[in-house]
Design a protein around this ligand. Structure first.
Ligand code: 8X3
Length: 250
């Protein structure tokens, strides 16, 4: 066994300060990865990194200098989880707040591209890497008031497919994990600009929406398949959700 083989494999998780990102950082650490927790909120990721024996790097995926600094600190990366993202608003197309739509494209799509592009040398340096992009069922289905977000998450799906084509022949897998209804502390609260009642209404009467740990489990499963096994995409929803509009509520 070479010394390289005894070193822990490195995983980078963006948006690691809460929700699916934080749960994924914990799950990957439990699998023996040295996890680089990247997010804007330094205190949160420092606490998480201390908990899991990882590393905290403050990073805003919408800022090139910030992402360049992340890449400079990570010479080798075996697993990249592009999780940073989110939704703002539920405006219809005829009332679209273009600033909100631009932000959603910026964080969900361009952020993912910026981080992936910056870390490609580190992914290549690992000799065996996987990128897991956190998409959404919003990247499969349209729903009223959702177009700003669904357009961005369709973008995540298509960028993932394109990367898989472009990197074919290299030892880098590209996967997309696409969750449906996941109850986290922040996703809906951010979407509804801090309105807790509106955020709670999203999950009202739903028997067990997914939680962040469910998605983290799926991401970790995808990331820990044998190197020759590529999981292109994995759609994960609560049992109560059959489609965007088809959610069983008691
Ligand atoms: C979240 C799924 O249905 O709120 O990514 O757009 S949905």
């Amino acid at each position: 066994m070479t010394s390289e083989q005894t070193l822990p494999r490195t995983a980078v998780v963006t948006g690691a300060s809460s929700g699916i990102g934080a749960a994924t950082a914990r799950a990957l650490a439990a699998q023996g990865f040295r996890v680089v927790c990247a997010a804007r909120r330094t205190e949160r990721i420092e606490a998480l990194a201390a908990e899991i024996g990882g590393v905290a790097i403050t990073c805003d995926v919408t800022d090139q200098a910030s992402v360049d600094a992340l890449a400079a600190a990570v010479p080798t990366c075996h697993v990249l989880v592009n999780n940073a993202g989110g939704a703002v608003g539920v405006d219809r197309v005829d009332g679209a707040d273009l600033d909100g739509w631009r932000h959603m494209y910026d964080i969900n799509v361009l952020g993912l591209v910026r981080v992936t592009k910056a870390l490609l040398p580190a992914l290549r340096a690992s000799g065996d890497a996987i990128v897991v992009n956190v998409g959404s069922t919003a990247g499969r289905w349209a729903y009223e008031g959702g177009a700003g977000y669904t357009a961005a998450k369709h973008g995540v799906k298509v960028v993932s497919e394109t990367l898989r084509l472009e990197l074919n022949g290299e030892p880098i897998r590209i996967s997309e994990v696409a969750p449906g209804m996941v109850r986290t502390d922040e996703f809906s609260l951010v979407r509804f600009d801090g309105d807790q009642a509106k955020a709670d209404a999203v999950y009202a009467g739903v028997d067990q929406p997914l939680v962040a740990e469910d998605v983290a489990d799926a991401i970790t499963w995808v990331a820990t398949r044998p190197s020759h096994v590529d999981i292109d995409e994995l759609v994960i929803k609560p049992r109560a959700q059959a489609a965007a509009h088809k959610v069983h509520r008691s």
